[in-house]
Each structure stands twice: as structure tokens, then as C-alpha cells.
Design a protein around this ligand. Structure first.
Ligand code: AMP
Length: 309
């Protein structure tokens, strides 16, 4: 089944300890759709300026991502994000955010888009996430957000969350959203805000998933070379939602397997700037890392040794 994603399609300027790139293709919806496109059909709702040219369009077209609902505005610039990472690659420092074309964006979805069964509200203004949410009668709705929106658009974010089934955010965002330093307590609080399931991304430490009565933890794929973490969260969400939409399953076991595919897609994304690594990816590579994650998390049950007293 297909997925509709709304979120930023952007240009990024990124500096990591290993290199620096100016004005490269980025955006939450971009990473999400490229990652999810390995599993199922994806359609993007977003807006770009006239700086979005054939090279950028090719990234979507070569993965057969449907960009019918990608609006273009002449004479304006695309969303721009500038960020930097230090040696702790889990922490992105935002240096600048320019909404540009997104500032006044009012999406009017095509009738096909309105009927998409899976909806992902990638990172963008919560107001815009809600506007899209209300136009789509999806079977499953997941969302992401970030500290920028938690701090600058909290009331709108709280309204959006009431209409979301699964929230996928990172650990600092979860703590900030809940106003609570402990992650387990934060999860409990967030689960009263609307979502019935919370996935918390923890960078190189993996991901954890909470519902009111279940908990699951998966490690990140052990990588020696991490080059640029930008888009890891969105690629994770792409693998997660892509797996769910492709299988149509929504039980706890399917959610757990979806987390593994999310971790796998994120592990590839961070190996190069922009979506470059995802563009070169093969199904054999995806399956190989999923198998390896299964091996490294498996252990046999055995009797606990007890000291005789
Ligand atoms: P991630 O590293 O997965 O959290 O996402 C990185 C992408 O999010 C970058 O390519 C940015 O263009 C995009 N981004 C950064 N800040 C925002 C924001 N406030 N709203 C929407 N997208 C953003």
C-alpha cells in the first residue's frame, strides 16, 4: 500500500568533522521518501522554489517517487537549513532555518493523495502537518517533529498530535515535549497526548518503542564510518513506514520488524552526504544488514545460576 508524506524538501548546508557541503539536497520528506521507496509507492506533498532543478528532481524520479503534489513557486527559494555536528554526531546544531516557500504554503491535495492509506507527517510546521492530516483519511498516521517546533509552535503541535497514531522523535525531543528528564516517564506522558505508540530514536544507541503496555529496544547498526548524520531520523522513519505499508501489518511483531528496517535505512544514510548513499543502495545490502541486526540482538534463554546458601 502507498504512503503520502508531507514535510520539508530542502537545501541544506552541512558541516561535520569529516567535511562540509553547501546547498545540497535535503529535507525531511526527501530522505523519508527515498528510504521508503525501497519498500512501497511514495507520494510527496511539499513546495520548492525555482532553485529546485532537474538534478534534484532526478533523485525522486529515479526512485519512482510520485511528485505530482510537489508544488513549485517561481521567484522564491526552497526551504534552507544550515547545521553543524561536532564529534558527538548524535547532536545537530541548527545554525539557520529559512522557511522561504514553506512560510505561506497551503497544500491542496490531489484526489489520489487524499486516498493514500499511510500518511507520514515529516518534520515541518505542525499547522501544515494538521492541514494535510485533515485532508487524508489514512489507515495509519505517523509523525515526526523537532525542538524548533516544540519551542516555536507548541499549541499547534499539541493539536496535531491528537490526530496521530505513531510519533517518531528523538530522545531530546521526547524529553522536551514531555517536560520530563526521564525517558520512560516522558513516553508515558506523550502517550496521553494522542499517539498510541511512541518510537524514540537515539542515534548511535538505537531506537526504543513504547505503547501503554509494551516496550521494545533495538540497537543501531554498528558502523565504523559515520560521515553525515543528517537525515538519519527521516531515513529511519522511511524504512519503518515503508515496511508497514508494504506488509499491511500493524501488530506488535510487525512494528518491531519495522524498527529494524528503520535502523537499517538510517545506517546507510549516514555513510555519505545528502541522499547519496541511499541512491546507491541495493536490496541485498538492506537484507544483509537486517539479518546482521537480528544476529547481534539474539540470545538464548537459560537457567539463571544461583549461588547455593
Ligand atoms: P534529521 O537529520 O533526520 O533530523 O533531518 C534533517 C533534515 O531536516 C534536513 O535535511 C533539513 O533540511 C530538515 N530540517 C531541519 N530543520 C527543519 C525544520 N525546522 N522543519 C522541517 N525540516 C527541517
Amino acid at each position: 500500500m502507498s504512503i503520502l508524506v508531507v514535510g520539508s524538501v530542502a537545501f541544506d548546508s552541512v558541516k561535520t568533522p569529516f567535511g562540509e557541503r553547501e546547498h545540497i539536497l535535503g529535507g525531511a520528506a526527501t530522505y523519508f521518501s527515498v528510504a521508503a521507496s525501497f519498500f512501497t509507492d511514495v507520494r510527496v506533498v511539499a513546495v520548492v522554489g525555482d532553485d529546485f532543478g532537474p538534478d534534484e528532481e532526478t533523485v525522486f524520479i529515479e526512485r519512482s517517487v510520485d511528485i505530482t503534489d510537489l508544488e513549485r513557486i517561481d521567484g522564491q527559494k526552497s526551504f534552507h537549513w544550515k547545521g553543524e555536528y561536532g564529534y558527538d554526531l548524535n547532536v545537530a546544531q541548527t545554525l539557520d532555518t529559512q522557511l522561504n516557500v514553506f512560510a505561506g504554503f497551503k497544500p491542496k491535495l490531489s484526489s489520489e493523495a487524499r486516498e493514500t492509506p499511510y500518511l507520514f507527517l515529516a518534520n515541518i510546521q505542525p499547522e501544515l502537518q494538521l492541514e494535510v492530516r485533515r485532508q487524508v483519511g489514512a489507515k495509519l498516521v505517523a509523525a515526526d517533529t523537532m525542538n524548533y517546533w516544540i519551542e516555536n509552535a507548541r499549541p499547534e503541535l499539541e493539536t496535531t498530535l491528537k490526530e496521530v497514531d505513531i510519533l517518531i522523535i528523538n530522545d531530546t525531543e521526547a524529553r522536551e515535549l514531555a517536560g520530563e528528564p526521564n525517558l520512560v516517564r516522558s513516553a508515558r506522558r506523550i502517550l496521553t497526548m494522542g499517539p498510541k505508540r511512541l518510537v524514540v530514536k537515539r542515534g548511535e544507541y538505537g531506537a526504543v518503542m513504547f505503547t501503554e503496555n509494551s516496550y521494545f529496544s533495538a540497537p543501531a547498526y554498528p558502523l565504523e564510518d559515520v560521515f553525515d548524520p543528517t537525515g538519519a531520523g527521516d531515513s529511519f522513519a522511511g524504512g519503518f513506514m515503508g515496511y508497514l505499508a508494504a506488509t499491511g501489518a500493524d501488530d506488535e511483531n510487525a512494528m518491531r520488524r519495522a524498527i529494524i528496517f528503520g535502523s537499517v535505512m538510517a545506517s546507510f544514510d549516514v555513510e555519505d552526504f545528502s541522499c547519496e548513499r541511499l541512491r546507491r543502495l541495493t536490496y541485498e545490502e538492506i537484507a544483509g544488514r537486517a539479518r546482521r541486526l537480528r544476529q547481534i540482538t539474539h540470545f538464548e534463554e537459560s537457567d539463571m545460576p544461583r549461588r547455593p546458601m
